[in-house]
Write a protein that binds this ligand. Structure first.
Ligand code: GLC
Length: 549
């Protein structure tokens, strides 16, 4: 309804393709499965989720050491997922439904099976030698103290030519040398390849690591007990990422992407402590990322103060042209349903979290299954397949717990596959699945559908400004969204007990959506009384009830 860019007003939905829907019976999801599910995601009616874009975790050919984040060919589709023809169909079918497609660009490193690396490692004189970062080492040791995210040194000794190569993730993911113009050229061509095939945007994997210090200086140490287990955690990462050259490359990427209409880039900023660094990458003028994920919520405890702080940090520090992008879950972290499931409060809290994410100023990215409250699946050490995840992230539990198959219905394998599944389905699928929630007006899925539909028709929610209300309330997070004279109030009770919020409203109030009631009599003596875990989304105005959104 608002004439604004889709990546500002829309809702992004992340699909981990291995886990979404398997149509070939190999126990791994595929592109045809995603095509089959498009109507569920958005068929234009209130009975579908209503999302605006799909971010596909990598589907390129890959040895799958890091499940696709180790790419061996940037310009094709892995046969386990389909092929380029099926991909074209996906883009086409998605576009017919108004759904955009965002590809994952893994440009910090390739797979060690990528032909570029095979050549590069084959001999010192090879023309691709300088496409990766090689070093002779110092006195028989790695050149510096840089550590891998997954433990150990980031330098891998390679017998073939007797030198080290740099690999910030697994040893099968050698880092590319972005200082070589031929590498930049080749990767920019990859972007053109996909843009020409109609993709609408890119998610940039750990982009702030592309450049490393030219002099290979060691990182200073930082006091962190985890540093004793993994050197990576005991360092200030000033030399192995966030180098100034990144700004120029991002601005060149931006020019490339902006040459195509209505395309975008959303960046994953690698950092452990301070995600606000991402703010720098919106560019010096409007020449950087269109969006940078805000990962603060991944660490927020279930108290309004944590969320409020994260929101304020971004609202106060974003450049004028910047736009926030909130995340509650993704394929690397424990699902938020489980993170917040203390005292079995998972479901009411999932509703509060959804209401928050979908009414804040900014673009929400949902992670498949969160709309039905999918929880972590408990895996034994043997069942954790992601080899890097096995070694670390988040510390020995691996990362696969959040990647269990989508729970479509209560048939065997939860309707994910007719045969088996690469990871065990969460046993709760028997009562928690799309089919049971689809027609239940009290379900989480229905709540998501209604929230997204409301957002879609309400300009204040899509692009209005945001003003936090009662910044000191310990249990209630409340804010107003406003565009011109149209105002929406969002009140979220984070406590399981009743709470009150002081509210001076000169106008009439009309409940648009909530968890506990739909009457308009919410104000008594300038106070709103909320039930435990209540969500209230209210329209404020002289004639709030009659007003047109
Ligand atoms: C990003 C991805 C993660 C992957 C890593 C290396 O952090 O989200 O899954 O392992 O980059 O590509």
């Amino acid at each position: 309804m608002v004439d604004q860019l889709w990546w500002k007003t829309g809702v992004i939905y992340q699909i981990y393709p291995r886990s979404f829907k398997d149509t070939t019976g190999i126990g791994i999801g595929d592109l045809l499965g995603i095509i089959d599910s498009l109507d569920y995601l958005n068929n234009g009616t209130p009975g579908s989720l209503g999302i605006d874009a799909i971010w596909l975790s990598p589907v390129y050919p890959s040895p799958q050491v890091d499940f696709g984040y180790d790419v061996s060919d940037y310009c094709d589709i892995d046969p386990i997922f389909g092929n380029l023809e099926i991909f074209a169909r996906l883009v086409d079918e998605a576009h017919k439904r108004g759904i955009r497609i965002i590809m994952d660009l893994v440009f910090n490193h390739t797979s060690d099976r990528h032909p570029w690396f095979r050549e590069s490692r084959s001999e010192l004189q090879n023309s691709k030698r300088d496409w990766y970062i090689w070093h002779a080492g110092k006195k028989g040791k790695p050149p510096n103290n840089w550590g891998s995210y997954f433990g150990g040194s980031a330098w891998q000794w390679d017998e073939i030519t007797g030198q080290y190569y740099l690999a910030m993730f697994t040893s099968q993911q050698p880092d590319l040398n972005w200082r070589n113009p031929a590498v930049k050229q080749a990767l920019f061509n990859v972007m053109r390849f996909w843009l020409d095939r109609g993709v609408d945007g890119f998610r940039l994997d750990v982009y702030n690591q592309y450049f490393k210090d030219v002099r290979f200086r060691s990182n200073p140490r930082k006091l962190n007990p985890l540093g004793f287990i993994y050197s990576f955690w005991g360092q200030e990462h000033i030399y192995d990422r966030d180098q100034p050259e990144m700004y120029e490359v991002l601005s060149d990427m931006r020019k490339l992407v902006d040459a195509y209409p209505e395309r975008m880039m959303i960046g994953e900023t690698a950092d452990e402590d301070d995600y606000t660094k991402a703010l720098d990458y919106y560019g010096r003028q409007n020449d950087g990322l269109h969006l940078a994920f805000n990962f603060d919520f991944l660490k927020s405890k279930w108290q309004p103060a944590y969320f409020r702080l994260a929101i304020r940090k971004w609202e106060e520090n974003l450049p004028d042209w910047g736009w926030p992008a909130y995340v509650l879950s993704n394929h690397d972290v424990t699902r938020h349903f489980s993170r917040y499931n203390r005292g079995r409060q998972g479901l009411p809290r999932a509703k509060i979290a959804a209401a928050m994410q979908l009414t804040l100023r900014g673009t929400p990215t949902l992670y498949y299954g969160e709309e039905i409250g999918q929880a972590e699946v408990k895996l034994t050490r043997k069942q954790i397949l992601d080899p890097p995840g096995k070694r670390y992230w988040p510390f020995y539990q691996g990362r696969d717990g959040c990647r269990a198959p989508m729970q479509w219905d209560n048939s065997p394998q939860a309707g994910f596959s007719s045969t088996g599944s690469w990871l065990p389905v969460n046993p709760d699928y028997r009562f928690k699945n799309v089919a049971v929630q689809q027609n239940d007006p009290a379900s989480l899925l229905t709540f998501y559908q209604r929230l997204i539909a409301l957002r879609k028709k309400t300009a204040a929610l899509q692009i209005g400004n945001l003003i936090l209300i009662d910044n000191n309330h310990k249990r209630i997070l409340a804010y107003r969204r406003q565009i011109e004279d149209r105002k929406i109030l969002v009140i979220l009770n984070f406590s399981r007990r009743p709470q009150t919020l002081d509210l001076k409203a000169d106008n009439s109030l009309y409940v648009l959506l909530g968890t506990h009631r739909n009457d308009t009599s919410i104000l008594t003596d300038n106070q709103v009384a909320l039930a435990g875990n209540e969500v209230l989304i209210i329209r404020e105005g002289k004639n709030a009830k009659e007003e047109n959104e």
